[in-house]
Design a binder for this molecule. Sequence first.
Ligand SMILES: C[S@@+](CC[C@H](N)C(=O)[O-])C[C@H]1O[C@@H](n2cnc3c(N)ncnc32)[C@H](O)[C@@H]1O
Length: 449
Amino acid sequence: MSLGSVRQEPGAASRALAARAVAAVLGAGVTVDAAFGSLDLQNLAAADRSQVKALAFGALRWHHRHRRLLGLLLDRPLPGRDRLLEALLSVGLFQLLDARQPEYAAVSSTVAATRLLGRPRLAGLVNACLRRLLRERESLLAEALADEEARYSHPAWLIGRLRQDWPGDWQRILEAAQEPPPLWLRVNQARLAPQDCLARLQAAGIAAVPGPVPGALRLEHALPVADIPGFAAGELSVQDAASQLAAALLGASPGVRVLDACAAPGGKTGQLLEQAAGRLDLLALDVDAGRMERVRENLARLDLAAASCVADAAATATWWDGRPFDRILVDAPCSGTGVIRRHPDIKLLRREADIGPMARRQRELLEALWPLLRPGGRLLYATCSILHEENQAVVAGFLAVHPDAQPVEPLAGALPGWLRRTDPAGWQALPGDAGTDGLYYALMTRRPG
Ligand SMILES: C[S@@+](CC[C@H](N)C(=O)[O-])C[C@H]1O[C@@H](n2cnc3c(N)ncnc32)[C@H](O)[C@@H]1O
């Protein structure tokens, strides 16, 4: 699609681009961020770019509901399992059901997008589908939402897992995952008091409120980081409030040697350094060279320094110099089931069969890194998963075979009351509890001797 068509028909072009991004997730199994990257969205005006993203995110967030609705709206399956058309219809349904856009504009620009997508003959089908939804909205929704996948707009396997792991909370968790996420900021308390930061934001006309973690502020309306006073100067970072608990839990005081084993993009690296006024002997490690570049950029913005290394943390022979660490943070790769509201494509990309191998990888990381911890030192295991298999089951399995590993209480004041105790070593933040993402933390110490 040319930039010319974007200028001539901005409404249709943004629907077509959103459909391309959604189709890439559905068909090629790529993340929506990777799909945006291949669509050259940076050539668009900022407002058009935001609209493309909002439409694609909305369609992905509600895709399980839309799939069921399309089953009712279409007389027969889409020709050749046409992913692009399915994606465009999903974008159309999102506009009519959730984005509350003027009906005429939403339908006509979605219909016009068929031409930009090279499917002009399907314009009539798209028009008929969307208009039928408008005519029979209540009865179609009632029939579609009788199905659990459609009602919660999550895959059945994940609904089942959450029901099993969180019998009293699963519905609230699923509902919280459907909400667009707030923008959380972390105040760099080495430079600025949170209340001064809040006052400065308010003076700039930016509505913000204090969060459930000291130094966390929630913006009432998201805005580009470049427009947030103090961001470029390193006085603020974007980081979910539950994620901001890691530094206090690990308790790395100035002078100690720290390993941040899965560091990129560096949210927790920056906070660990801020908390110790930059005076840590910190090694930031990540297996992904591109993401590691983000750590370096973030630290440069914060005017902080750490050693960095691109390596597989579990292959310690390739990177460890033999000096033990006083603190280790293992922010392990995981299913991301605690951050679905930020990454709704997770619901379409992740399979139940992925969870077992992920838990094995998490355990391998713990096994490999444990010997690098100094006796008396502390290791914090973290995931952004809300599944027991990746959290307490990994930690329990590890503790069972390591008599020198022991759960330990964090420093006084490091734990807010809303975190849930899940096991002798661990705590869970659940989506919906305090407006944060879902994160798990487990803290262990290595017994001396
Ligand atoms: C949850 S993210 C870390 C987020 C980061 N700690 C932060 O706060 O910004 C997990 C990271 O683990 C990295 N990773 C995955 N497998 C790894 C391995 N074997 N060794 C080192 N890093 C790994 C991924 O590249 C990813 O950047």
